[in-house]
Design a protein. Structure first.
Lengths: 288, 530
């Protein structure tokens, strides 16, 4: 029984791209958790050394210093925390809203299902970033509002996916037999349908993380994200713009961090899809 | 085959014809643009021109519309500022110091061609007093509505309620509007503000051509301006003041040559960057513009003097002035500029010392709450100061939230004590060169909701500053202002940081920029292309 499972892991490890993605994501989590230990100057989050401002990278400050003279690497490591917090909570909330709605709409036919999906489509008809900007501009810049605006603009993606998958799984024999055995609707949805539609949802979530990080950075860049003094990558880029091109490190480092993390989540998502979704398995189907 | 060839040539002919038409149309559109480009000056402005009414708006960020399209009775020029006759040629003061009689210049034309007379000046004064906005604060205390007289078309008589030491120096702010034109456009008793906020009714050196609150304004040179235009100089035919909130865009636009000038109060990092550019000149001048944090004194815990002193000890003056601004400015420990008479020379001010701040906070013994700081978007210095301050405050246990807004929004918030944030970092510029411009306006009860940015009220300070306005002897006034300034510093009503130097970036093709701390070099009638 354990053999196929090992085969999955082996296949995952053999796929360099998805392994790289996983490594980047794990690296991000590691940085976020151990930021106080890893940062060369952990106090620089709340300590400014104005005499030291805009210094290029050196041994003491591997990524240089920012406009307030703080160590950029340290602030970026703490920024990983902000980023990870925002995207995990935002995506988590979006899943918690979207998946139940999709399950219910897919399981039942009729006006409830129609209404839920039309509401989701109304949300989808507004570009996600525009909606997020509108919400966080109205509520005022803070981390909570960023999370709220991203979650509010993101849940329909999960709702749509869960809806479509539920619809197709619902006609399978095992669901019909569960219903025939007299299982209650919540039991069928949670114990029989949800596990069977989990893999596309997991893939969507992984890719969604990347998109959320990007959108959180956009909000930060526009000044709608975390308030000043919070280390946040998007905001750092916004601050750094003023000092281009002389202080190149100031904008490059957070920019690269966003780039790698978003790429990491996307590669991971791709890799997970290859493994979890038998229909488009790369190893078998594509290579012949 | 032949038919094909024929149709092909036919098509070709059609194409050439079309191309010619397009070229002609393009030439028609481009020609005026090119012609005006010869004498066109584009200024990247740090604040939006949401309102052009000279009697509604009165600040440096939006001074360009007032100063270029309107004329006052007198005008401030140069540095140190001196007043020259402008719409008025001379004045006399009655022996009791209450009656000011101005003789107006003859033959001054408004932009619509009609002549400016004393009736327009009377209407202007009454309009300001009725609207109670912008510059009205300068006159509300000293002139009663209905008391301004016009005995003949070229004479205006102002009668003051009591002698005023500053009345004469505020005369340049009587920016005369075309009374007939404005009255025609009054709607529902709004004094024509709705109309004048988008149109111009002045005599100034430039006449409005186009205004868009989101973009800025364009004005063309008024050839019939009374001051005349010396022939042979390449005066600006057209000026455009475009609102460009982002500093980086302003700086890059200067380097690229899209803008010929921008504000003279850029962050010093940017000045150093512009200095390296061969097509840009940086003009330098001493200014009188004090950078400070205004406190909203109407809410606790700002009513507690120890709390306010704690705040004063928590700002890193040296780090801000010497490192972030690279020593380009000097510390100014009081609300009034050091280089003006009346400011005590021996005043010490507060120093950055977190231990002292903590001690003061312990003495205050109050319930702390999160404090809001409202820096100005488009002025990165105010944000950097706020962030620096917020971090120091966190170390003494005060949480501060920083949120930036554009200047027109911040200035609207000042009008009510409920909408103003707890602290606002900003500059107090010169509107007239008198100590009253600072200590007499920012902290006095009579200016609440107008020129006051603090909602501070103290009967003793009100008495001192009122008395200083009534007497004209400068030695006596110096003593009073000395006392008032010491009171403000001792009471810590605000954090006073530095006095600005003006670094005006202009295209090196431009000459004749005439800087005065009043208006900050935005008067374009003196400037020309070399």
């Amino acid at each position: 029984m354990t053999k196929p499972r090992f085969a999955v892991i082996r296949r995952f490890l053999r796929d360099r791209a998805s392994f790289l993605g996983a490594a980047i994501v794990l690296g991000l989590v590691f940085c976020a958790i151990f930021a106080p230990v890893l940062a060369p100057h952990p106090n620089d989050i709340y300590d400014f050394h104005t005499a030291n401002r805009l210094k290029p990278p050196s041994w003491d400050n591997p990524f240089g210093t920012d406009r307030m003279g703080s160590d950029l690497l340290s602030r970026m490591l703490f920024g990983a925390r902000t980023t990870l917090t925002i995207c995990v909570i935002a995506v988590g909330v979006a899943c918690l809203i979207g998946i139940p709605i999709g399950l219910i709409a897919g399981y039942y036919r009729g006006w409830v299902s129609e209404m839920l999906m039309r509401i989701a489509e109304i949300f989808l008809s507004v570009p996600q970033i525009v909606l997020a900007i509108a919400i966080s501009q109205t509520l005022g810049p803070s981390i909570e509002n960023v999370v709220l605006s991203l979650a509010a603009s993101f849940w329909p993606f999960w709702a749509r996916l869960a809806y479509a998958e539920t619809r197709s799984v619902k006609n399978e024999v095992f669901v019909e037999s569960a219903i025939a055995l007299g299982c209650s609707a919540p039991r069928v949805m949670l114990l029989h349908i949800l596990p069977n539609i989990a893999s596309p949802l997991i893939v969507r979530t992984s890719i969604g993380m990347g998109v959320t990080i990007l959108n959180a950075a956009v909000l930060g860049f526009l000044g709608l994200g975390a308030p000043p003094t919070t280390p946040e990558w998007g905001r750092m880029i916004n601050e750094a713009r003023e000092f281009l091109p002389d202080a190149w490190w100031y904008v490059t480092c957070p920019g690269l961090a966003i780039f790698f993390v978003v790429m990491g989540f996307n590669l991971l998502g791709d890799g997970l899809r290859d493994i979890l979704d038998p229909r488009i398995r790369r190893g078998g189907a594509r290579r012949g | 085959m032949t038919t094909n060839a024929i149709t092909n040539t036919g098509r070709l002919r059609m194409k050439t014809k079309m191309l010619r038409m397009v070229a002609a149309a393009a030439a028609m559109f481009l020609a005026p643009a090119l012609a005006s480009a010869q004498g066109r000056y584009v200024h990247a402005n740090n604040s939006p021109f949401d309102n052009l009414d000279p009697h509604a708006v009165f600040d440096v960020g939006r001074a360009a519309s007032r100063i270029n399209m309107y004329d006052g009775l007198y005008r401030w020029v140069d540095n140190p500022p001196k007043m020259i006759p402008w719409l008025a040629e001379s004045h006399t003061i009655s022996p009791d110091g209450l009656t000011y009689t101005f003789k107006l210049r003859r033959g001054v034309k408004f932009h619509d061609g009609s002549e400016m007379t004393s009736a327009d000046v009377v209407y202007t004064m009454e309009r300001m007093l009725a609207m109670k906005k912008g510059p009205a604060g300068l006159f509300l205390g000293s002139i009663a509505p209905g008391t301004t007289q016009a005995p003949d078309p070229y004479t205006v008589v102002f009668t003051l309620k009591e002698p005023s030491a500053i009345f004469l120096s505020t005369v340049p702010e009587i920016q005369v509007v075309n009374s007939k034109l404005v009255q025609r456009n009054v709607k529902d008793g709004d004094h024509g503000e709705g109309w004048l906020s988008r149109n111009d009714a002045g005599t100034g050196s430039f006449a409005l051509r186009r205004h868009d609150p989101a973009v800025g304004f364009i004005a063309t040179r008024f050839k019939d301006h009374f001051y005349g235009w010396e022939p042979g100089k390449k005066w600006f035919d057209e000026i455009e003041f475009r609102s460009v909130l982002d500093v980086n865009t302003r700086v890059l636009g200067m380097i690229k040559g899209d803008y010929q000038g921008t504000d003279g109060y850029l962050p010093y990092d940017q000045i150093e960057r512009l200095r390296k550019e061969p097509n840009i000149q940086i003009l330098e001048d001493e200014s009188m513009r004090v950078f400070y944090f205004a406190f909203n004194m109407s809410r606790p815990p700002f009513d507690n003097v120890h709390f306010r002193r704690a705040l004063n000890h928590a700002f890193d003056y040296n780090g801000f002035i010497n490192d972030i601004l690279k020593g380009s400015v000097a510390r100014n420990p009081s609300p009034n500029p050091n280089n003006l008479w009346g400011t005590p020379k021996d005043i010490k001010g507060y120093e950055f010392d977190l231990d002292k701040a903590k001690a003061e906070l312990a003495k205050a013994n109050i319930q702390l709450r999160p404090i809001t700081i409202n820096p100005l978007a488009g002025f990165p210095e105010t944000e950097q100061a706020s962030v620096l301050f917020a971090n120091a405050l966190r170390k003494i246990g005060i949480e501060a939230k920083v949120e930036a807004s554009p200047w027109n929004i911040v200035s609207d918030r000042f009008r009510s004590k409920d909408t103003m944030h707890d602290m606002v970092p900003l500059w107090k510029s010169t509107y007239y060169a008198d100590p009253n411009n600072w200590v007499g306006e920012l902290f006095t009860t009579r200016h609440h909701g107008g020129r006051s940015t603090t909602w501070y009220s103290n009967p003793e300070l009100d008495r001192i500053t009122d008395e200083a306005l009534r007497i004209t002897d400068q030695a006596e006034r110096t003593k009073l202002y000395d006392k008032a300034i010491r009171h403000i510093v001792d009471e810590a009503v605000g954090i006073f940081v530095y006095n600005t130097k003006w670094f005006g970036p202009y295209s090196s093709k431009i000459g004749g920029i005439r800087f005065s701390p009043i208006g900050s070099g935005q008067e374009m009638r003196w400037a020309y292309f070399k």
